[in-house]
Design a binder for this molecule. Structure first.
Ligand code: NAD
Length: 444
């Protein structure tokens, strides 16, 4: 539909009502805001490692324009703004150091949040309340309590949400989940989720440098935000913040939004798994973990094992540093299927060939959505208002056994979890660990 600048608002709404393919993004000029555009305007918050990747993905999409960047590290901010302006050959992208200023812009339709884990919930909830659609990185949140609040805010404001769990947009992971949902292994009895252990020195800092000066151009007060204020240490800063519980959740939480998310996808069928996707969640959780001294610079668990009981007598084990193979493996009376990055294998090799053929022919009984690409699918959902492959409630369910496992290992006993009420039954000490006090003035 063509909407020219002279068209009045009532006429546009009439046209929209008459059109079966009405775009849901209206030119903001009609409502008194900034320049007219039928593109989806995006603001990116946090443009470090993964934020830079997300930014590149949005820059590659014709359907959107990146119009704003926010980062508390001036060097990341300047580089990203000039990358955007270079891509569009103009000076239209503005830089911000405070995400609240970016969110106040009425012309921004959606945000991409790629800040460290301790900085997901506050900007995400603020974005939902400001009427923005949201792409946010995994794991959904730093605590389970924050995740519950995020799901509520997105649902209340009817926002479109995509999580950075991009494996759902890859054919091999989809095929694996389709094999399970279509009953190839029979009713699943056990799922094994193998994740990395130890720590990975992503920033090349090592783990034992002394505290030091905050680098020039970094707003460390804002970088720390709701986390506990600690002296600046390069080993706890960019990329390596995930190895300290103040800001991250170690290998367990870094990976749970990938492989446990896929494990749940396979189980989201009542006949062969646990039930509809939103309700997938453990009933009981017990865990052990090897955890360094609390005051170690990298203090997240180096080895862990979480045993969960799911509905329909499904056992789900998540482990790092134990004998599980990587990725997600579903086991049933008829055999097994395992998927990991670069791996799709099954006890019966014909199943893999078969699923690929059926995928092409379209004759599969249960067919999962074949994503056109994780970022493109988000943009498509913004227009159609249909839920994405990784909406907020799915991301929340995917991270739940990780957070509960960490709590069970901390208190040293089995937890009983009510996946509907989202409460730990009869354990005040464990319940207190569902949330963490945020440093003032930050709160959700
Ligand atoms: N989906 C994936 O495959 C994948 C891969 C890597 C990381 N991640 C996730 O992406 C997120 C970011 O991880 P990373 O490795 O890119 O971290 P990073 O440290 O490289 O980047 C984080 C960026 O956020 C900025 N930042 C911090 N606080 C901010 C604030 N209040 N406002 C604006 N910017 C702020 C930092 O300055 C930095 O530029 C994490 O949640 C991580 O789990 C996802």
């Amino acid at each position: 539909m063509n909407i020219t600048p002279g068209t009045n608002r009532r006429h546009v709404l009439k046209l929209l009502a008459a059109s079966t393919a009405a775009p849901l993004i209206l030119p903001r000029s009609l409502f008194g805001a900034a320049a007219p555009s039928n593109k989806i305007n995006i603001g990116c918050i946090g443009v470090g490692w993964q934020g830079g990747e997300n930014l590149n993905s949005f820059l590659g999409q014709d359907d959107c324009r990146v119009v704003a960047i926010c980062d508390v590290d001036e060097s990341h901010l300047k580089e990203a703004v000039s990358r955007v302006n270079g891509r569009y050959h103009n000076q239209g992208c503005k830089g911000y150091k405070d995400f609240r200023e970016l969110l106040a812009r009425k012309d921004i339709d959606a945000v991409c949040i790629s800040t460290p884990d301790h900085w997901h919930s506050i900007p995400a909830i603020a974005a939902a309340n400001a009427g923005k659609d949201i792409f946010c990185e995994k794991p959904l949140s730093h605590t389970l309590g924050e995740g519950i609040a995020m799901v509520a805010a997105v649902s209340k404001n009817k926002r479109i949400w995509q999580t950075g769990s991009w494996q759902r947009a890859q054919a091999s992971f989809r095929w694996a989940a389709e094999l399970i949902q279509n009953g190839y292994v029979g009713k699943v009895t056990r799922v094994e989720v193998g994740l990395p252990a130890g720590h990975s020195d992503f920033a090349g800092t090592g783990r034992d440098r002394p505290d030091g000066d905050v680098p020039a151009g970094v707003d460390y007060e804002m970088w720390t935000g709701p986390a506990q204020m600690m002296p600046f240490n390069p080993c706890r800063f960019h990329k390596n913040w995930r190895w300290n519980y103040n800001t991250g959740g170690g290998q367990l939480m870094d990976w749970i939004g990938h492989h446990c998310d896929i494990a749940h996808w396979g189980l989201a069928n009542a006949e062969f798994g646990c039930g509809p996707d939103d309700a997938v969640g453990p009933l009981e959780v017990s865990a052990t973990a090897d955890v360094p001294a609390r005051d170690a610079v990298w203090n997240t668990a180096t080895k862990y094992r979480i045993e969960c009981k799911y509905p329909n007598n499904v056992e789900l084990v998540i482990a790092g540093g134990h004998d599980l193979q990587g990725g997600a493996k579903w086991i049933g009376p008829n055999g097994w299927v395992r998927v990991d990055r670069g791996v799709l294998e099954a006890s019966n090799t014909d199943w893999i060939r078969n699923i690929q053929k059926l995928d092409k022919s379209g004759d599969l009984k249960i067919k999962l959505y074949n994503s056109p690409g994780h970022h493109k699918e988000f943009l498509d959902s913004i227009r159609s208002r249909k839920r994405t492959l990784t909406p907020v409630e799915i991301a929340h369910r995917s991270q739940t056994p990780g957070h509960l496992g960490y709590i069970a290992a901390t208190v040293g006993r089995k937890l009983k979890w009510d996946a509907v009420k989202q409460e730990i039954a009869g354990d005040a000490e464990a319940t207190a660990l569902l949330t963490k006090k945020m440093r003032a003035p930050w709160h959700i």
